[in-house]
Design a binder for this molecule. Sequence first.
Ligand SMILES: Cc1cc2nc3c(=O)[nH]c(=O)nc-3n(C[C@H](O)[C@H](O)[C@H](O)COP(=O)(O)OP(=O)(O)OC[C@H]3O[C@@H](n4cnc5c(N)ncnc54)[C@H](O)[C@@H]3O)c2cc1C
Length: 390
Amino acid sequence: MTTIVVLGAGYGGLRAVKQLVKAKVDAKIVLVNKNPYHYQSTELHEVAAGTKEPDEITFDVRKAVDERVDVVIDEVTRVDQDARKVELKNGEPLAYDYLVNALGFESETFGIKGADENGWPILDIDTAVAARKHLEDTLKNYKTSHDVNDLHIVVCGAGFTSIEYLGELVYRLPDLAEEYGFPLDKVKVDCIEATPKILPMFDPKLADWGVKYLEDHGVTFHVASPITEVKPNAVVSDGTEYPANTIIWTTGVHGSHVIADSGYDQKRNRVVVEDDLSVKGHPEEFLVGDVSAVPNPDNGRLYPTTAQISIAQADTAASNIAARIAGKEPKKFVYKSLGTLCSLGPKTGIAEVDMGGHWKLKGAKASFAKKKVADRSVTELTDVPGIMNS
Ligand SMILES: Cc1cc2nc3c(=O)[nH]c(=O)nc-3n(C[C@H](O)[C@H](O)[C@H](O)COP(=O)(O)OP(=O)(O)OC[C@H]3O[C@@H](n4cnc5c(N)ncnc54)[C@H](O)[C@@H]3O)c2cc1C
């Protein structure tokens, strides 16, 4: 029997499985994921800041997929493209006829000295929980240490994740100050960014509104200021040392290390895929989400990696596998973004939405739109009602 193996139960992997089941492909479907649960990566910053608990953004992978799908909980270590086998950390290698690789992202440190050792990344449930624990322990410690650096927080990078984390952080700080008895006016939050612009993907007025919101809530931005070193208790940028006992590392991501370890022709663990999302020379293999790089046919530039595009790619990959099994031609991937939404804490945000027109939103309306998209993404991944509380 034909075997389809799907790697990763994130946005791309779960959606691909859902669509393959819906297409009633005449094949065995195997889903491999390193954890027994799925997490909503787009909400990890909330767990890291403590505005959400892990169980509010996770659900059981086995319960989320059709009972005909074999779920393997194991870590993928390598894909042997020629032998068509997936190597696992614990189990026996898995042979496949078709592969969907959706192993997602990892932290990018750009080789900056000390970043790996001294920065707290936000990449999955474990790292988000660890970052939250460190933040809370450090703030709590001020009461006995009286070390001002316990109240200094540096967020490295001002990309999407950094900005969304800062929004949650400034929302939560007043409650933490009350709980742990530290002076809120002594808290210092610095955000250091290498490029000159913050939120360049938004209309400049919206981006300025978002930046001002965070500045009004105590964040100081340092732009055009590349980080050169991360010390155990300080970040060095543009010749200045920013002391802080909490250093959050959110400068960017690259694809899973499995890509490089498997010998793909890649850059930052991302592979430029063919127009049907298959890998050059391997029509049986599809890459979706953050391990792939998809050129925008309008300008040749790569689309930014997002949950939104991962879900869209999974639809095309699943339908192309179904087409191949049925002896039909695969189709080209066509993408139309529905917009960009950035939360600034649980109650506000900024958004540009392309649905029934082009809408620029800020404040509570943007926050409402973001929550709707997050809720919708769950139903895009599974048909099981109430799965988020399972
Ligand atoms: C804090 C934050 C906020 C974000 N906000 C947004 C947003 O608002 N909108 C948006 O569109 N995008 C957002 N993104 C980006 C988005 O989360 C990613 O682009 C998206 O998750 C990529 O989907 P994916 O399917 O490629 O991988 P993922 O969703 O990351 O899933 C990968 C899966 O593979 C598993 N896995 C990884 N390695 C292995 C292995 N070796 N073996 C087995 N399993 C493995 C992981 O556990 C995970 O379940 C955000 C990202 C972050 C970190």
